[in-house]
Design a protein around this ligand. Structure first.
Ligand SMILES: [Mg+2]
Length: 316
């Protein structure tokens, strides 16, 4: 994984590729007109039926869809409804392109989930401007969605992100049959640290710990999250006990090497962490809560056995 601020910057940066536009119309001549309007600035995908539109939308993840209303197989309303029902295509803005612009028709389109209407014959400047507006709105929404997953204090991922990733990675591990490892980390005697040094220094210590933990989870799929308070969680896909144990040891060392003085600790002169580690190759019938509970129990054990250490268990 990247250092914290680099990861944040990476998460927030604008894509460098051309925006992707899907144009749907059963009349090839209409598609050609729109293609000429957008070909220079957009990567344009084309579909000449509703069925093809749904398929292309799922495959190519366009940023915006221009959708003809009148089509012989599935009409535009039905295509739009199906796009909005599929989580893979739900967030793509759909603009209807229609020859008959009446209030009733527009209402029907908006009810189906469209964001805008464009009337045929099209005016290139107007269509370009409308598409650009919806593209900007979509990018802003995407950005906000990503920010929702960042912990404001430490800039690592937050609990919400962890919950989603745990569920995703568990499902993936079930399909691939590869082990999934989870490390829960708790900063030792953190309440006492805050009591002695004040909350501002406490916050700064948490930021440093988050940074140190992130720097030890090196592979692209590894995730470090702030789980809550002074607890962190590290998810390691496709990682067995040996691999996860090494990560936990590196984490322990990395936090010690920060050399944050902690006179109120009874286990060391510097800030330390305890870690609970669980590994599981999930079977089809369990859910991820089992892994979480096991890691939590191991963290409790590490605390009970004197802190500044890691304990582990392999589930099943
Ligand atoms: Mg048509």
């Amino acid at each position: 994984m990247l250092p914290v601020d680099a990861a944040l910057a990476d998460l927030l940066k604008e894509p460098e590729r051309k925006p992707r536009l899907l144009v749907v119309d059963d009349q090839p001549t209409n598609i050609q007109v729109l293609y000429r309007v957008f070909a220079d600035d957009y990567q344009v995908f084309m579909a000449t039926s509703g069925t093809q539109a749904l398929q292309t939308a799922r495959q190519e993840s366009p940023d915006v869809i221009l959708l003809d209303v009148m089509m012989p197989d599935l009409d535009g309303y039905e295509v739009c409804r199906q796009l909005k029902q599929d989580s893979a295509t739900r967030d793509i803005p759909v603009l209807f392109v229609t020859a008959h612009h009446e209030a009733q028709e527009e209402t029907r389109g908006l009810d189906a989930g469209a964001v805008d209407f464009i009337t045929k014959p099209i005016n290139p400047a107007v269509v370009r401007a409308r598409v650009r507006t919806h593209l900007t709105l979509k990018r802003q929404t995407d950005l906000l969605k990503r920010l929702v997953f960042i912990d404001a204090l430490t800039h690592v991922f937050n609990r919400r992100y962890f919950d989603e990733r745990l569920s995703d990675e568990w499902g993936r591990a079930q399909r691939t049959g590869k082990p999934l490892s989870l490390i829960l980390i708790d900063v030792d005697f953190f309440k006492q640290y805050n009591d002695v040094h004040g909350h501002q220094r406490g916050d700064e210590a948490l930021r440093q710990v988050a940074h140190a933990l992130t720097a030890t989870a090196l592979r692209p799929g590894d995730v470090v999250c702030r789980y809550g308070g002074e607890e962190f969680a590290c998810l390691l896909p496709d990682t067995d006990l040996d691999g996860a144990w090494q990560v936990a040891q590196r984490m322990k060392l990395a936090v010690r090497e920060l050399a944050i003085a902690h006179p109120a600790s009874t286990v060391a002169e510097v800030l330390t962490i305890s870690a609970g580690l669980a590994v599981r190759t999930p079977s089809s019938r369990e859910d991820a809560a089992a892994l979480l509970a096991l890691a939590d129990a191991q963290l409790y054990r590490a605390k009970a056995e004197g802190r500044a250490r890691a304990c582990h268990a392999v589930l099943g």
